[in-house]
Write a protein that binds this ligand. Structure first.
Ligand SMILES: C[S@@+](CC[C@H](N)C(=O)[O-])C[C@H]1O[C@@H](n2cnc3c(N)ncnc32)[C@H](O)[C@@H]1O
Length: 283
């Protein structure tokens, strides 16, 4: 049953509400009150029919470009930009592995809002997300960054140094599972991590998760990258797609189901980049 739209009585309600609760001494406040009341009533009478609208933001490549041009690229740190360009120039075939700048921007805000000081980074590559993290954290923060190979990190390192944040990073060249097991042995209960960003081997994500639940404090965040896997998780395997894309599609979809059923976390799937799942440890 459709809920009836409030009409004229609401005009009087809003009018008296705004009139008595705004400053009445200045004539502007009376005009403002009238204007706001009229606007509220007109919008109620129109009955804003939202059927047929979608909340999905990225409807086109042009919209993505608009987001980049309007709010992301103009605010991208100079050294992040240089690192991204150097990666494209030196390793064009794999440059897509850097997290996109809009995702770096989101990570930066999350880290600042939660006041993170001790973080983990699994899967460094040339270090775009690592540099975005290092720039967002305070001077006395520490990032433990793990990658199976140091070679690509060396490409990004000059930009990390130029940004003046190298001292925040402890780089460990190792398989991530082995490194996490070692950290679990060493870490003290009152020194757990605030935040982890996971972008290493997708088929190991659940193994990482079981370990990160022990390393990240309750209330801390674990963020998993690529959880929409080029959008493939929503469709049956595509026979035209490269075999690794379909293989990983199944792995990522399975991981997403496991995460959604995990009562130790609350989570949110963000439609940014290749999909980012933010998990907050609650148990
Ligand atoms: C997608 S890239 C990371 C991109 C990075 N977050 C950025 O923004 O530039 C994935 C990285 O994971 C690393 N990796 C793959 N398997 C790994 C493993 N078993 N342990 C640790 N790192 C691994 C690869 O060497 C690669 O550098």
């Amino acid at each position: 049953m459709e809920v009836p739209t409030p009409r004229l009585p609401s005009f009087f309600f809003f009018f008296f509400f705004f009139f008595f609760f705004t400053r009445r001494r200045h004539p502007y406040s009376l005009f403002r009150t009238l204007f706001v009341c009229m606007r509220v009533c007109v919008s109620q009478m129109e009955g804003n029919d939202l059927r047929g609208l979608e909340k999905c933001i990225l409807k086109s490549e042009a919209l993505h470009q608009y987001i980049l041009d309007s709010t992301v690229i103009p605010r991208e740190h100079e050294q992040l930009k240089k690192l991204r360009e150097e990666t494209k120039a030196r390793i064009p075939k794999r440059a897509l592995m850097n997290v996109p700048p809009e995702e770096g921007q989101l990570l930066s805000i999350i880290l600042k809002v939660m006041n993170a000081k001790k973080t983990l980074e699994l899967g460094v590559f040339t270090g775009y997300s690592l540099l975005a993290t290092a720039l967002a954290l305070p001077k006395d923060a520490k990032i433990t960054a793990i990658d199976i190979s140091r070679a690509c990190y060396e490409i990004g390192l000059p930009f990390i140094q130029a940004a003046g944040v190298e001292q925040k990073i402890d780089f460990i060249e190792s398989d991530a599972v082995l490194a996490l097991d070692k950290l679990i042995e060493e870490v003290k209960e009152d020194e757990l991590y605030d935040f982890a960003f996971v972008d290493a081997e997708k088929s190991d994500y659940w193994i990482y998760h079981e370990r990160l639940i022990r390393l990240v404090r309750i209330g801390g965040l674990i963020c998993y990258d690529n959880t929409l896997w080029l959008g493939t998780v929503a469709h049956p395997p595509d026979p035209q797609a490269p075999a690794f894309v379909n293989r990983m599609r199944d792995v990522v979809a399975w991981f997403n189901e496991k995460l959604a059923a995990d009562s130790r976390i609350e989570l949110s799937q963000i439609c940014i980049g290749d999909g980012l799942t933010i998990c907050r440890r609650i148990a």
